[in-house]
Every structure is written in structure tokens, then in C-alpha cells.
Ligand binder design. Sequence first.
Ligand SMILES: [Zn+2]
Length: 211
Amino acid sequence: MTAALRGALSVACAPCHDCGLLCRMPAPAAQSALCPRCGAAVHERKPRSLERTWGYLLAAVFCYLPANLMPILKTTTLGRAQADTIMSGVIYLLLHGMWPLAAVVFTASVVVPLLKLIVLITLLVSVHRASGWRPIERTRLYRMTEAIGRWSMVDIFVVTILVALVHLGNLATVEAQPGAVFFGAVVVLTMLAAESFDPRLIWDRSEGRTR
Ligand SMILES: [Zn+2]
């Protein structure tokens, strides 16, 4: 090992999130520094990761029930109004022989959000208990949850298809209902929760760190 490399390793550095410049942290345990090139705040870790992830997650759990129990769509045909929840929409599709679409809506709207909530809560609890259980698998689980977040727009896509179908069926009007707002909130809040979680926390125990 060269002297220069040894010197570099002894100094605490962190990459800038905005421009990628490797910045020197002022003290080994410093919470943040300013990037000398672009002026962005540089953090060695995501700041207050656990508090923020819990906050977003609890809000998402709170919205999950109304998202599934309240109507998301109201359709009106010749003066007859009908409000549908996600589940009644799935059942409607099943009864009309559109089971592949029913499977997509059920998976994207009910199963995936629930799995994301369960995985993130499990990860948070395991970090709080300083668990040394299968860190590689837990990191993979986190990466999957984060990747699924990018596909959350599938839900919007599904609603678009539904609206198109309803129009094809000569229905007069389609209106969004309060359940749709809660549903959108669950999607956004779980994405923010996954984004706030710092997977390096999973590895702290094996490296002897207590943060
Ligand atoms: Zn920068």
C-alpha cells in the first residue's frame, strides 16, 4: 500500500450526492459537510434515516385501510351511480371474464403495497434490534423494495386501462373518489419511506457500529 493511499484511507470521506465529488468530512463522526465544488450538503449517511422512514411508513399504513375500503371510482350509467372499491373492481373484472386484468389490478394495488409495507417494517425492526440475521438477504430485500417503487406507476396505468374499459362499455361518467387519494398517498409514502431508509444500517452490527 502506498503512503498516499494509506493517507486517503485514514481520512473520512463521503461522495457528494449531487456532483459525485469525494469530499473530506471535517471530523470522523461529522453529520454533514458542504461540497466544495457544488455547495450541496454531503452526508456520510442518509440523515435521520430511521426517524424519517418510520414517519413515512406509519403515514402509509394509516392510509392503506381507507385506500382499500373506500370507493376509488364512481361510474354513472343512465342515472344509475355505482361506487367501486379496489376489491369490488377486481371482483367485477373477474365476473366479466377479464381475469388477467383482475390479477394485474389485485397484484399491483393490493399485494405489492402490502408487501412493501411489511418488508420495510421488518427491516426497521431488525435494525432497531441490532439483528445480525442474514444481512445479505435483508439488503437484497431492500433493493427489491426500492426497485418496485420505480414501478409504482403501474397502478396509474391500471386505473387508466380501467377508465378506458368503462368508456368502451358506454358508461356516461367516471369520477375519482376519496379512496383514490388515499391510494395515491400509499404509493408516494412507501416510495419516500424506501428512499429514506439507509441500507448501511443493516451492516452496522457486523462492523461493530452502534448507530
Ligand atoms: Zn457536489
